[in-house]
Each structure stands twice: as structure tokens, then as C-alpha cells.
Design a protein around this ligand. Structure first.
Ligand SMILES: NC(=O)c1ccc[n+]([C@@H]2O[C@H](COP(=O)([O-])OP(=O)(O)OC[C@H]3O[C@@H](n4cnc5c(N)ncnc54)[C@H](O)[C@@H]3O)[C@@H](O)[C@H]2O)c1
Length: 321
């Protein structure tokens, strides 16, 4: 008899991914949409593998696992998983390393265009019969020759720089863990200190993981040193930009605008000041939500589990704990 592996899919993934394991004699698959601690504790206790999206897997849940060998993240960030407990139990964490860099980079540019080209204002002007007001409308902003700062030069940062260079922007990079040569070869200029890097930027986009070092990295003290026309985009993780400080800085006209895809608490509470700030363009943690990317992520998440049990999972996709 085959030793069937039990796969728990927490929040369903794209059907192309599910097709890889549904009706597969090697796997028993269960999908759960209930992300409550009690439900996850009970389900994980019987699982050999878990696929997880943005739901939280705290230590108390992982501790219930008896046979769990791999947690496969649908995405690349893994701050929703208690790493210490996973490491203690020798559970591997895999990411969909190849799936979403280009998609997130495109999302950043869509935020940037939305903010600098005044969203739907011009469209609404025509539709509401105000065509002749065209000279009175606030002017749009050009991107050509502007300074773009990328904070975090990993997969997404590298996909983004190509697109910024295509727009003939000047790209500076702040990432203390990437060598100057690598940044230069990609067409950027390395800046060693974040305080210096932010001062000349017209656009700043964040692509760092959420860690103790990056939490609240963009607080009031730093934001107030930005240029008054600066646009700050965060499609990395909530908490890296302090939401109250950003709201305050926008209200005090210290910067021009912001694009925010991720929140410290998701979904954000109705009291979150960014929800009512018109200078912020928001999205519900959907920077990677193109049809193409969701398909790639769904397939890669599940394929990582299959490859793991076949002992041929690419090691670069396993998080070093
Ligand atoms: N909004 C979304 O849907 C979405 C989708 C994908 C990824 N993300 C987030 O984006 C982050 C980046 O993704 P990636 O694939 O480029 O990751 P990556 O691991 O390839 O790159 C992260 C980069 O950040 C750098 N870094 C780490 N700490 C830093 C610090 N303190 N200061 C400056 N640089 C630092 C690292 O050296 C690395 O080059 C992920 O951690 C994830 O949280 C969000």
C-alpha cells in the first residue's frame, strides 16, 4: 500500500495547482477556509504538508503537528509563520520564489501612474460635462528623469529596476546586503545609508521582508526628511511603514502621496486613518493578484510540496532558518 501524504491546503489556491494533487493516488487533500486557531490546530495535527497563504501559523498551531514536514508558502514572505517553532520541529518552509516578482513590480508602477496622473480625475471631468475645465485641473507629474529609490534589492527590486529604467528614471538602491557591483550591473546606484538615500528620492518603493530591523523603518522621523513631492509605495509588508506616522506626514503636506497594499493588521480596522486619507491609493494585499501570477503561485506552491516528497525540491526555494 502507498504511504499517502496528507496535504492541508489552508485557503484554496488556483485550480491549476489543485489539479496537481486532486485524484493523485499519492496524496489525500483537504482544503480549509476556516483559519481559526482551533480549526488549524486540529487539522495540522494530522498533516504531512501544509500550503498557506496569508493566514497566520503561530507556534501554538505548529506545535500540534505530529507528522508535518513542509509548510509551502503561496508567495515569498513568511512572516505569518512562527519560524522558531518550525525550526525546532525541523519543518521546512518553501516559497514560490519564481512566481510574483514581475507582478508586484507592475503593481508598484500602477500605483505610481495612478498617483502622478491623477487617478480618474481627468476621465470624470469629461464624463461629467466639464471638458472646458481642462486648464483648471491639477497638473499631472512626469516620471522621466525623476529619482526612484528601491529599498530592498531582491527578486522584486530587480524586476522593478528594469521597468524604472525603461521609463528613463534614475534609480538608487538601498540594500546593505547586496554588493555595489551587482546594483551597478543592473543599472542602479548603491546608497549606503538610508537617511541619505531617502533625501533625494521622488519615489520610494519598499521591497524588504518584515523583520525586527525593518518594522517601523519608515516612521515620522524618517518620513519628515523626504522631499515634499515624494511618493512612498509599500507593497512589501504592513508595519514597515508606520501607518499613523504616514497619515500625519500626508496631512502635514510633508510628502505628496502614498500607495499602500499591505497593512499592519489585515484586514485593516475601520479606525485605520489611511482608509480615509485621500492622498493614499490603497489595495487589499493584492499586488500579486493577476490571473497569470495567481496561476503561477498556485502551481508552484503545490509543486513545491510534490517535489519535496520526491526529494527534488530546488534548495533555493527552502527558507534558511
Ligand atoms: N504585496 C504582496 O502581495 C507581496 C508579494 C510578494 C512579496 N511581498 C513582500 O515583498 C518582500 C520582498 O520580496 P522579494 O521576493 O523581493 O524578497 P527577496 O528576499 O528576494 O528580497 C528582499 C531583499 O531585502 C533586502 N533586505 C533585507 N533586510 C533589509 C534591510 N533592513 N534594509 C534594506 N534591505 C533589506 C535583502 O537583502 C533582499 O535583497 C517579501 O519579503 C514579501 O514580504 C509582498
Amino acid at each position: 500500500m502507498i504511504d499517502k501524504k496528507k496535504i492541508l491546503v489552508i485557503q484554496k489556491v488556483h485550480e491549476k495547482g489543485m489539479e496537481l494533487i486532486n485524484n493523485n493516488p499519492n496524496f489525500d487533500v483537504e482544503v480549509t477556509e476556516d483559519v481559526s486557531i482551533d480549526n488549524l490546530k486540529s487539522k495540522i495535527s494530522k498533516s504531512d504538508a501544509v500550503s498557506i497563504r496569508i493566514a497566520k501559523l503561530p507556534g501554538e498551531v505548529i506545535n500540534e503537528a505530529k507528522n508535518l514536514k513542509i509548510i509551502s508558502r503561496h508567495g515569498v514572505g513568511y512572516d505569518n509563520i512562527d519560524l522558531k517553532t518550525a525550526k525546532n520541529k525541523d519543518i521546512k518552509i518553501a516559497i514560490t520564489a519564481n512566481a510574483n516578482a514581475v507582478t508586484v513590480a507592475e503593481h508598484v508602477l500602477s500605483n505610481l501612474f495612478y498617483i502622478t496622473k491623477k487617478g480618474t480625475l481627468y476621465d470624470e471631468t469629461v464624463r461629467t460635462g466639464k471638458f472646458s475645465d481642462r486648464n483648471k485641473l491639477p497638473k499631472m507629474i512626469e516620471l522621466w528623469n525623476k529619482n526612484f529609490l528601491i529599498v530592498g534589492f531582491g527578486r522584486i527590486g530587480k524586476a522593478l529596476i528594469k521597468r524604472c529604467l525603461g521609463l528613463e528614471m534614475n534609480v538608487n538602491v538601498y540594500d546593505p546586503y547586496v554588493l555595489e557591483d551587482e546594483i551597478k550591473q543592473n543599472g542602479g546606484k548603491k546608497i549606503d545609508k538610508l537617511d541619505d538615500a531617502v533625501k533625494s528620492a521622488d519615489v520610494i518603493s519598499l521591497h524588504v521582508p518584515l523583520t525586527d530591523k525593518t518594522k517601523n523603518l519608515f516612521n515620522y522621523d524618517l518620513i519628515k526628511t523626504l522631499k515634499k513631492n515624494c511618493i512612498l509605495i509599500n507593497a512589501s509588508r504592513g508595519g514597515i511603514v508606520n501607518e499613523f506616522d504616514l497619515d500625519r506626514a500626508l496631512n502635514e503636506n510633508l510628502i505628496l502621496g502614498a500607495g499602500i497594499d499591505v497593512f499592519e493588521k489585515e484586514p485593516p480596522e475601520s479606525s485605520n486613518p489611511l482608509l480615509s486619507n485621500p492622498k493614499v491609493f490603497l489595495s487589499p494585499h493584492t499586488a500579486a493578484f493577476t490571473e497569470e501570477c495567481m496561476t503561477r503561485m498556485g502551481v508552484e506552491t503545490i509543486q513545491n510540496i510534490i517535489d519535496f516528497f520526491n526529494e527534488n525540491l530546488d534548495r533555493s526555494k527552502i527558507v534558511k532558518l
